[in-house]
Each structure stands twice: as C-alpha cells, then as structure tokens.
Design a protein around this ligand. Structure first.
Ligand SMILES: *Cc1c(COP(=O)(O)O)cnc(C)c1O
Length: 341
C-alpha cells in the first residue's frame, strides 16, 4: 500500500458524519499562471464542500459531529466574529445532524456598515435557524460561551462547545483527509505539488494538512498565510500541538520538524477582517482572470501571499503549486458597503 492510501485507510477507521461533497475539484488556473509567469498554479475548491454555501469548516465538522453525538449532547454552542464562516458551517452541521445551535457573535472586527451588520454569514445564521447571542463588550469569549451553555442547560438542553474554528485534533482530521484527497488528485494529473498555500486562522486547517502530508510522506511545503492572529509564534505553537495530536489519532509516529511549520505574516495588514491593497488586487485578479470568487478576510489575503512569493520567484517554472480555496465567499457580501470592488 502506498503512503497516502494507508493514511486513507486509517482515516476510514475513524467515525465521520458525511456533510461535504467530496472530493472537491482540483482545477488548473491557466490564465492566472500565464499572467504571473513561473510555476503552474492549481486551485483545490474547498469552497465547494457544499454544506450551506461551503468552506473549510465543513470538513472539520464531519469528524467533530460524531464526537458530539457520542457525548450525548443535543445542542451545539460556538462563538465567532459577526461574519464567521465557522459559525455558519457549525449551525449547518447541527441542522444536518438534528441538533440546535446556540451561537455567540462578537463584532471584534469593528465594522459598523449596514452590509457587515446584516448581510453575508450573519444573514445565513438567521436563515439556518440558530439562536443568536451577542458577546458583551467586556466579556471574554470563554465567559460568553459559559453564559450561553448555562442558558441552554436552564432551558433543558444538553450543550456541547465546538472550539473556535473547530480547530481541535479531531477537527483537523478533516484536513488530513483533504491532504490525501489532494495528493491523489495531483497524482492523477501527473504531478507532485511543490507547495500548498492557504489562509491560516485558528490553525486547524494547517495542522491537519501538515499531519496528512507528513503521514503520507509527501514532501509538499505546507504554507499558511496568517490572517487572524497577530502573534505568529503563538499560532505556530497551536498548529504544532494540534498537528502532533492529529498524527497520534492517525497512529503515525512522524516527528514534526521546525522547517515544516511555515507561516507568512506579511498579509495580515492592520488586522483580522481589515482590507489591504494586496488583498483587493488578488481578489480582483482571481475574479477577472478565472471567475473564482475569493473573500476579503481569508482567501484573498492568502492568494496575495502566494502572488508575492511568485513575484519573488520562489518556485521554478516546472513546479506545480496548489492554492486551497477554503471558502468564505458569503462574507464578501458583508463588505459591499466597505470596499469599492
Ligand atoms: C476559518 C477559515 C480559514 C482558516 O482556517 P483555520 O483552520 O481556522 O486556520 C480559512 N479560510 C476561511 C474562508 C475560513 O472560514
């Protein structure tokens, strides 16, 4: 058995609640590649995971839901920014598995425009039927989660907290799965990916991708672009510890080398959810050359990081680079009043 097949085999032994349309497509970005020069670019369409407009959290929830069901809970409780894709996909996973969702939203990003307060993911949370609570100005996320859990218990519910971004070792299994799925698609196309690029927020996507690549013995660079945490060292520590635990769940004894942990912090700009010129350039390029819709918070910043590395000629013309589209396009609508696209 080759290594990626044996990882798939181990993943098959772990409970998974199917939520996603898999495999997501792997598509060439030929017009973008021709415009930028250098390596051949591809895109893995994890924006098309399908669950209530898709995104990367749906893959994580496939592994988290069985854990919640096993705990006997009947209500998902989670927290996120007002335009959180994670919160939307958690609610959707709850709907599919017959659980209520009680969610806390905080406007930590601070945009007060009508589209941001009302449209995008915030609107979808309402459509999906979640109970929505607002984080208090002086309340920590943990305090807000306890408050909502207490309210749920008082109402006779059995709550279970879904971690921020579902970035736990179990959630990250969804991205170990995505890594081997991608390796098989690349093999079918006749190449080995030199690197994968994607947005890194709470770290579970990067941890899972790295675990999958290490367990499959692929030598693909796993390059996160930081879009959320201004403290890169802290985020790398989180990624390393989740990755180590995910490898354990896969029964794999590979050691993580410091060189495996790659985070580009140049694209965060003024902060999470705050536009940058490079983000807007990347968003327009992908829309106008490839008809691929990115989002201002995650994927366009990640694409800006890839474009920067291509301009610095980090890769040769004979190499293949995969950009993982982690979703987030529903959040684009929230920026209608904020950015002149
Ligand atoms: C949450 C999210 C990410 C980041 O994933 P993490 O696992 O939290 O690092 C990237 N892109 C989009 C669109 C997201 O919603």
């Amino acid at each position: 058995m080759n290594s990626d097949r044996s990882v798939l085999h181990r993943l098959d032994q772990i409970d998974r609640f199917p939520l996603c349309h898999l495999p997501t497509p792997l598509q060439p970005l030929d017009r973008l590649s021709a415009t930028l020069g250098g390596p051949r670019l591809w895109i893995k369409r994890d924006d098309c995971t399908g669950l209530s407009l898709g995104g990367n959290k749906s893959r994580k929830m496939e592994y988290v839901i069985p854990e919640v069901i096993a705990s006997g809970a009947d209500t998902l409780v989670t927290i996120g920014a007002l335009q959180s894709n994670h919160v939307r996909q958690t609610i959707a996973a709850g709907v599919r598995s017959g659980m209520e969702s009680w969610v806390v939203l905080g406007n930590w990003v601070g945009h007060e425009h009508a589209s941001y307060l009302r449209s995008g993911n915030r609107l979808l949370d309402e459509v999906l039927g979640a109970r929505i609570f607002t984080a208090g100005d002086d309340e920590t996320p943990d305090d807000a989660l306890s408050r909502v859990c207490d309210a749920a218990i008082a109402a006779g519910r059995k709550p279970s907290i879904v971690a921020l971004g579902a970035s736990t070792p179990v959630g990250a299994l969804g991205y170990a799965h995505s890594a081997v799925e991608l390796l098989q698609q690349c093999e079918a196309e006749g190449f080995k990916p030199a690197a994968v690029y994607f947005a890194s927020g709470s770290g579970g996507t990067q941890a899972g991708l790295l675990a999958g690549m290490l367990a499959a013995k692929a030598r693909t660079i796993v390059q996160g672009i930081s879009v959320f945490n201004a403290n890169g060292q802290e985020l790398l520590g989180v990624i390393e510890s989740i990755c180590a635990e995910t490898l354990k769940l896969l029964g794999d004894a590979t050691e993580i080398a410091s060189d495996d942990l790659r985070l580009d912090e140049t694209q965060l700009g003024p902060g999470y959810g705050q536009p940058t010129d490079e983000m807007l350039e990347a968003l327009r390029l992908l829309a106008r050359l490839e008809a691929v819709i990115l989002d201002p918070v995650y994927t366009a910043k990640a694409m800006a990081g890839l474009i920067k590395d291509l301009r610095e000629e980090r890769f040769g013309a004979d190499e293949n680079i995969v950009f993982i589209h982690t979703g987030g396009a529903p959040g684009l609508f929230a920026y209608a009043d904020i950015i002149d696209f």
